[in-house]
Design a protein. Structure first.
Length: 393
């Protein structure tokens, strides 16, 4: 995380927090948060519909999840603060049950501009083939400060973070968001803060920052890895070790913290849910299991690819975004296996390519994010998938 994200926003967030103490903004959702406890919720429906950025996590998907007794997350990634708030308001109008919002923590600019430029040069043929051009390979913070200011001023029950750990000052501001007072039984009236972690060191940092819950993301998970840093090697043919997979990682994280843990990665069945809970998770977070649901905003070609025998496996790649992400292996991934660590620069540059491929239904050049268990994804409605994961039929 950059110093701008960790230090520059402190004063502004504190000012928003203090203003929030005197106002009534966000009281409704703050009260919703006060009624929620991890133990009570997970005992009945220990399933979370994971946040999936890029249009997959629609308000309809999250609403279907919460109405089925699960927990759902909106994805604030790649949205403006205003667009994020519009989806929050839409969801809040349809339910009085808890839900969450996921925010990306900004990272550092690309460490090697020459490697970035060289990689972008290899994409010209793809752009020509798709009838488009690359966008500027610009760094940005995904509207970090504006989103945090909004969530502090008008809190939601849960705010989760991916790609890093928010500073303790941010966690404190979210905990005290809304009216800044206790709602009884020791429960704050603001937001719970969850952090995605991929190793014990990240878990320790998140606990020290004041996180309430950790989402433990195993290597089987689809989409972007939630790692705090973007410099580790992630070759497409690399096989994760046992300690990187969800079950082993849960045990390793449990050894360093007693915070509630949510298991994420490769969980597609009731048996997988039970195994994760037996290893110490209070609940599981599933994304790929819901990709093909009718409420999902995934592109129809993406949904179809999950069942297409043409796609035989998944792998981790930086080809589309400059950050490690697991997806179905297609032509674009094979031809651009040497993408450097440069997020969000590559992600911003390739946006027109990905949009053109999606519009054309070109599955060979789309980012087909999926976890290892993608073949078990079903087209059944979200409520039925929740029931399946909880042991129903």
């Amino acid at each position: 995380m950059t110093s701008g994200a960790s230090v520059g926003s402190r004063g502004r967030l504190r000012a928003v927090y203090l203003r929030g103490r005197e106002g009534r903004a966000g009281r409704l959702l703050s009260c919703m948060a006060a009624k929620w406890t991890a133990a009570n919720w997970a005992a009945a429906r220990p399933v979370i519909v994971a946040p999936m950025a890029g249009g997959v996590s629609t308000p309809e998907l999250v609403l279907a999840a919460v109405r089925a007794g699960a927990l759902g997350f909106l994805a604030a990634g790649y949205k403006s603060a205003g667009a994020m708030r519009a989806q929050i308001d839409q969801l809040a109008a349809g339910t009085d049950k808890p839900f969450g919002v996921n925010v990306f923590v900004p990272g550092a600019p690309a460490p090697d501009p020459s490697a970035l430029a060289g990689y972008l040069g290899t994409l010209s043929a793809d752009a020509i083939r798709l009838g488009t051009t690359l966008s500027e390979a610009a760094w940005d913070d995904d509207g970090w400060e504006a989103k945090l200011a909004d969530l502090v001023a008008r809190p939601v029950p849960i705010v989760s973070f991916t790609f890093g750990c928010p500073p303790a000052e941010v966690v404190e501001a979210l905990h005290g968001a809304g009216n800044g007072t206790s709602s009884g039984a020791g429960r704050r009236s603001g937001s719970d803060v969850w952090v995605t972690v991929t190793n014990p060191d990240e878990a320790t940092r998140a606990a020290e920052a004041g996180a309430d819950c950790l989402v433990v993301q195993g290597a089987e998970a689809g989409g972007h890895r939630g790692t705090f840093f973007n410099h580790e090697q992630s070759g497409q043919d690399a096989r994760p070790g046992a300690s990187d997979r969800t079950t082993g990682l849960l045990a390793a994280v449990r050894a360093v913290t007693d915070l509630p843990l949510v298991a994420a990665g490769g969980i597609m069945t009731a048996g997988g849910v039970a195994a994760a809970r037996a290893t110490g998770a209070v609940a599981v977070s599933c994304g790929t299991a819901f990709l093909r649901c009718p409420e999902s905003g995934a592109n129809p070609a993406h949904k179809a690819a999950l069942a297409d025998p043409l796609f035989e496996r998944t792998a981790v790649t930086r080809a589309f975004s400059g950050r490690p992400a697991r997806g179905l292996v297609n032509t674009f991934m094979r031809e651009h296996a040497d993408a450097p660590p440069a997020y969000p620069e590559i992600n911003n540059a390739t946006r027109p390519l990905r949009a053109a491929a999606a519009a054309a239904g070109d599955v060979h050049r789309m980012s087909l994010w999926a976890g290892e268990g993608y073949r078990q994804a079903t087209t059944r409605p979200t409520a039925e998938v929740v029931e399946l994961l909880c042991g129903g039929s």
